[in-house]
Design a binder for this molecule. Structure first.
Ligand code: NAD
Length: 357
């Protein structure tokens, strides 16, 4: 029997509620496909700050490094909002991505037929279909560049630096082109090359990498135009390739188009099969522990984990189909509830998916 080590970081707020449901689903799938999953639960975020004054304890990073994959809930909450930057829960996310060498973030945004009405866009736009993947560079750019406080002629000032080298751009471009090969073979590279020198380098490297994928169509868009096109005609996009900061913003915009952040999974990966899987939403302190959170994003993150890190595509499809059937039967958590559907809580939603497996 195949044996895998999975590090589990429930984190804070609803991270705990939704991870509990995802683990039940993973156990059931493991049983069905006769694999053994060894889960090790570790702390990161606010809960780790409370336990040992460190959002990312070394032990957590070590256990993640020794695992085949990581399942992460969410971190953060008002209790830790006033801490200084390096001590905040979110620091754990940057530390995990950097420490595990996860340089690519893949965020699918897809509109489910039965949830079309949840989209804030007009029907005629959504009816054209939304099924895109944002490939965001995750360990470089302005979030990791030189920063500091300074003075401009006696006036307090601050700066952050956007910096990319050719190798970093090449690596993320390959991820995007490879993903496009498995999809509709189109890459839109997003930059601000009319202003930023780092974007001009980005564009030239992406063009070189594109030559290795002659079947994939490449186009370039400025980030401001992309922000508009995403709401004007999202169906034009297949794979969006972009930098860390632009990807952060555009992937949130793309997810909003689908109508619920409670439905969207993501993965952060590197060259080998190792990856970290998490829902795109945060710890939602407003509904934490109240059996109100939608666990489907985390359950779909678990599906991505089976697919990419454990090479179990069939198991991943099983989970996705189970989620689809639960939605088809009209069950909804509060965030995606509409009149005429059946409202259920976090635990009930988890159980419904389990029953479909
Ligand atoms: P959020 O995503 O936690 O919540 C935004 C809104 O969406 C809230 O109204 C929330 O109730 C709702 N929501 C989110 N997930 C839901 C789900 N699964 N089911 C139902 N409703 C859901 O974003 P926020 O409020 O900006 O941030 C809250 C905390 O989470 C902050 O501390 C923030 O720093 C942190 N955060 C963490 C991550 C992460 O761990 N990856 C990402 C974003 C924000």
């Amino acid at each position: 029997m195949k044996d895998y080590k999975i590090a589990v970081i429930p984190g804070d707020g609803i991270g705990v509620d939704i991870t509990r449901e995802a683990l039940k689903v993973m156990n059931k799938v493991a049983e069905k496909y006769s694999v053994k999953l060894n889960f090790t639960e570790v702390k990161a975020g606010g809960v780790a700050i409370d336990a040992c004054q460190n959002p990312l304890p070394q032990e957590t990073l070590d256990i993640c490094k020794a695992s085949d994959a990581v399942l992460l809930g969410a971190v953060g909450g008002p209790k830790w909002d006033n801490l200084e930057g390096s001590k905040r829960p979110e620091k754990a996310l940057l530390g995990l991505r950097g420490g595990l060498g996860l340089y690519a973030n893949l965020r699918p945004a897809k509109v489910y037929d039965v949830l079309k009405t949840a989209s804030p866009l007009k029907n005629e736009i959504i009816d054209e279909g939304v099924d895109l993947l944002v490939v965001r560079e995750l360990t470089g750019g302005i979030y990791f560049g030189d920063r500091g406080r300074c003075e401009d002629n006696g006036i307090a000032a601050a700066y952050d630096t956007e910096r990319y080298n050719v190798e970093e751009i090449k690596k993320i471009a390959h991820v995007a082109f490879k993903s496009a090969m498995k999809r509709r073979k189109k890459v839109t590279s997003v930059d601000k090359a009319n202003i930023l020198e780092s974007s001009r380098l980005w564009r030239s490297v992406v063009e070189k990498v594109a030559k290795e994928y002659p079947e994939v169509e490449l186009n370039h868009l400025y980030v401001d135009n992309t922000a508009m096109q995403l709401v004007r005609k999202p169906s034009q996009f297949d794979v969006i390739l972009t930098s860390n900061m632009f990807g952060d913003i555009l992937s949130d915009e793309a997810s909003m188009i689908t109508g619920s952040i409670g439905m969207l999974a993501s993965s952060s990966v590197r060259e080998d099969s190792f990856g970290m899987y998490e829902p795109i939403h945060g710890s939602a302190p407003d509904i934490a522990g109240k059996d109100l959170a939608n666990p489907l994003a985390q359950i779909l993150s678990a599906a991505m984990l089976f697919e990419y890190s454990l090479d179990m595509s069939e198991a991943a499809r099983d989970i996705e189909n189970a989620v689809q059937r639960v939605l088809d039967k009209g069950f909804r958590t509060g965030d995606i509830y509409t009149e005429g559907t059946k409202k259920v809580g976090t635990k009930e939603m988890g159980k419904l998916v389990l029953d479909e497996l």
